[in-house]
Design a protein around this ligand. Structure first.
Ligand code: 13P
Ligand code: SF4
Length: 352
């Protein structure tokens, strides 16, 4: 649906009044009505860097989800304020790893005698607390575009990895990109004592995968792929590595959000693409490339509901409040956690 013209005018007026004091970041999974006001769009990694590269902007309005706003706060100066237009924009995957649970897992690894030789690696899609835990235990953050490099770095430093919180990104990277056997991975369930594993299983695994997943990407199935191949002969299947292992292995191409965009941009006219990632992005890609047939991998999968919490009314409200000098919905990370998380983020930025 087209955006309400009154709200569009109000957002534009508030943004103009704020001028260079405000910088609006928009994640690729955001609604069109919000993306039109983004000064820059990107995946979570690119947006974190963009926030860090704007020290003159007093306010960073983050149109994305909570963990991204936290990372922006960690990477920006103390004087800058990060604003999330709706505080309910969380991430179900990030919520699947709570600090207490991760500390209990580390104790289980300690009891199995292997914590010292374990390097924790966390996906960007995790809370600042978890990044802090990883930082103080000598680990690194990764994104879907550098997971292999992060794992390579980690295995140069230890014999095993505790991978948080996305089991699929961890397994897909270890097995498909690093050449590990499926048996080298075990699944740690935070809701079971000792993760539901024996000490021997914990001690012998190379990859201890956290039992977390994305509630959007986790819904694509192998039958989604089989079905689209039947329906559209010659279709190319392109998916995000947050998808399940059997989806990724039956697809033709796999990669991060930025990779997906570039792949469609570079595809020849007339080619057909079934894309397994968030629907707002797939719809924009289809509209931007009318010479190609770009479709959603499975029409029974829907938007990321928390990404969609950020809508035009919330953005207008946040911009108008800021324009009146009222700071609303600020996201802050306490200094100790921020320093520890920053070391894990800096380690990622320094990956070869
Ligand atoms: P990227 O932004 O790193 O592509 O992550 C995908 C995602 O699910 C973000 O919430
Ligand atoms: Fe979290 Fe998945 Fe939504 Fe990304 S798409 S914010 S990982 S639930």
């Amino acid at each position: 649906a087209p955006s309400d013209p009154d709200l569009v005018a109000r957002a534009a007026a508030a943004k103009a009044k704020l001028g260079s004091k405000v910088f609006v970041l928009g994640h690729h999974y955001q609604r069109d009505e919000v993306i039109q006001f983004a000064d820059v769009t990107g995946d979570s990694f690119k947006l974190a860097r963009e926030a860090a590269a704007r020290p003159d902007a007093e306010y960073i309005v983050f149109c994305g989800v909570h963990f991204m706003a936290e990372s922006a706060d960690i990477l920006t100066t103390d004087a800058q304020k990060v604003v999330l237009p709706d505080l309910a924009a969380g991430c179900s995957m990030a919520d699947m790893a709570q600090l207490q649970q991760v500390e209990a897992a580390w104790e289980a690894l300690t009891d199995a005698g292997v914590a010292q030789s374990t390097v924790p690696v966390t996906y960007m899609n995790s809370s600042a607390d978890i990044k802090g835990f990883v930082g103080r235990n000598g680990g690194v953050v990764c994104t879907s575009s550098n997971a292999k490099r992060a794992l390579t770095w980690a295995f140069e430093r230890g014999q095993r990895v505790l991978f948080l919180p996305d089991q699929h990104l961890g397994r897909n990277t270890a097995v498909l990109e690093m050449g590990f056997d499926a048996d080298d991975c075990v699944l740690y369930d935070p809701h079971k004592p000792n993760g539901g594993l024996t000490q021997q299983q914990l001690g012998e695994a190379k990859m201890v995968l956290w039992r977390g997943h994305c509630s959007v990407h986790g819904r694509f199935t192998k039958s989604s792929v089989d079905e689209v191949r039947m329906r559209v002969p010659g279709v190319n299947v392109l998916v995000h590595p947050e998808c399940r292992y059997d989806v990724v292995t039956s697809a033709d191409y796999v990669g991060s959000t930025e990779y997906i965009i570039k792949t469609i941009e570079n595809a020849p006219a007339g080619s057909a693409w079934a894309v397994g990632t968030e629907l707002n992005l797939v719809r924009r890609l289809a509209l931007a490339h009318p010479d190609k047939q770009v479709m959603f991998l499975d029409r029974s999968v829907c938007y990321c509901s928390t990404m969609n919490r950020i809508d035009l009314p919330h953005l207008v409200w946040a911009l108008e409040e800021l324009a009146e000098g009222r700071l609303v919905n600020q996201i802050t990370v306490d200094p100790k956690t921020a320093a520890e998380a920053r070391s894990a983020l800096d380690q990622m930025l320094a990956l070869p």
